[in-house]
Design a protein around this ligand. Structure first.
Ligand code: MAN
Length: 433
């Protein structure tokens, strides 16, 4: 019996109950907002999947077409390159004078090359010439060996090269003269400075040592002279011919390059969109509970400082204790479980984070979060570690404020109210409500 405290207890119970119901009311209102947000996101995600499916399908077709075009262009390029190389080879053979040689002479030439190799391009041309002369001697008419194009080229080249060598020697001599002249001037300047120093010393006004020779040489003025440049060495005519052959081997068509580029770019775009589609499908394939309510908060993270740690849990993401992983959120299976007849209203929504960093000598860390009905903002609280590396926490969120919650709450509330009416004053108010 509580004749004196009954009224007070009753008042407290009523205040507490009113508070609680207010929280539930607000939570329910916030849940309506969240449900609308979830619906919006759901429609958006579905649209996104539809769009991406269409986009990837058309990209797929484009990629196939572009691949076919690329192959065709590459085939044409190869064909044209072969023709170019052949043409360049023919020209080269012609210019080197190899076309006039018999198979036997050509074979001899190959053997010669195999046996001795060639030191330089001049030797190469010489070896060819030997064979050409042999070919002429074999002929009945003992005709003169006509010069090949490269022979002619080389004659001119040699003339120019001799001139270049003479010019090089001339300039090198000039450079040497200039160097000597400069040395001489420097020497004279040093001697003059030294003489001045001695004279000053004798006159009793010595000049400080450091201001003598160095400054004297620095004082030697460079005369304005034209720059001496050695003539450039010209590329050997045979090298020029071979360079043409190499260029033909590099032959590339712009059309082929552009077809290749278009194919590569489209293929890359397809890969990107396929990955976007995968992500979008991942969104619509998940379970989000009644009204798909959890989609509204997908990727949101809630933090809580407890003891010396900061705990963080992200919907459909990871949970951490500072930088230590407490696991990844387990996908919900179908609808969120609802245990209708339980008095533990607040435990109906459970989120599990599993397979976090392994505990020393223990399990992989995990966190179980019970979602409790309450208004926004969401709050993570009551973080505990009931056994080593096994964590639990509560999350206040409108998510749990659904119709079933209201129904169960009403029933429980009716029971509680009748339990604490004045004619049953000996009944204790349960701590849970
Ligand atoms: C860290 C934290 C603790 C945990 C120990 C186990 O200190 O993750 O919560 O109990 O490791 O070694």
């Amino acid at each position: 019996m509580c004749p004196r405290t009954c009224a007070k207890l009753m008042a407290e119970f009523e205040a507490d109950r009113a508070d609680r119901l207010r929280g539930v009311d607000e939570g329910e209102r916030d849940r309506v907002t969240l449900a609308a947000e979830a619906e919006r996101k759901w429609t958006e995600a579905q649209q996104s999947v539809t769009e991406l499916e269409a986009k990837t399908a058309s990209l797929q077709v484009m990629v196939e077409q572009l691949e076919a075009r690329k192959s065709e262009e590459e085939r044409v390029e190869l064909e044209q390159r072969r023709a170019q190389v052949e043409k360049a080879q023919d020209e080269l053979l012609e210019q080197l004078g190899l076309t006039e040689l018999s198979t036997r002479q050509l074979a001899t030439l190959v053997l010669e090359l195999g046996r001795h190799g060639v030191e330089n391009k001049d030797d190469f041309v010489k070896m060819i010439r030997v064979q050409r002369e042999a070919a002429a001697a074999e002929g009945d008419d003992e005709k003169e060996v006509t010069s090949s194009a490269v022979d002619e080229e080389m004659k001119e080249f040699r003339k120019r090269d001799d001139e270049r060598k003479r010019e090089t020697r001339r300039i090198e001599r000039q450079i040497e003269e200039r160097r000597k002249k400069k040395e001489q001037k420097e020497k004279e300047a040093q001697e003059a400075a030294e003489a001045a120093r001695v004279a000053a010393e004798e006159a009793g006004t010595p000049i400080e040592d450091s201001t003598t020779t160095d400054e004297a040489t620095a004082g030697v003025e460079e005369e304005e002279e034209e720059e001496l440049v050695l003539p450039e060495v010209e590329t050997h005519p045979v090298d020029v011919l071979f360079a043409k052959l190499s260029a033909s081997e590099e032959f590339a068509r712009e059309e082929t390059a552009s077809a290749r580029q278009q194919y590569d770019e489209t293929k890359k775009e397809l890969t990107t969109e396929e990955s976007n589609l995968k992500t979008a499908r991942g969104v619509v394939e998940k379970a989000y509970g009644p009204d798909r309510i959890l989609l509204a908060v997908k990727d949101e993270c809630i933090e809580s400082t407890s003891g010396k740690y900061v705990y963080k849990a992200c919907f459909f993401g990871k949970a951490t204790q500072d930088s230590t992983s407490l696991g990844t959120m387990k996908e919900l299976k179908g609808e969120v479980e609802s245990e209708k007849d339980t008095a533990e209203l607040n435990d109906r929504y459970k989120l599990r984070f599993e397979h976090g960093t392994k505990c020393w000598n223990g399990p992989h860390r995990s966190l179980a979060v019970d979602v409790v009905c309450g208004p926004l903002p969401m709050e993570l609280y009551d973080v505990q570690e009931p056994s080593t590396c096994v964590y639990s926490a509560k999350l206040r969120s409108p998510i749990a404020c659904d119709a079933e919650h209201r129904e169960a709450l009403t029933k429980l509330d009716a029971r509680m109210v009748s339990a604490v009416t004045p004619h049953h004053i000996e009944v204790e108010v349960p701590a849970t409500l």
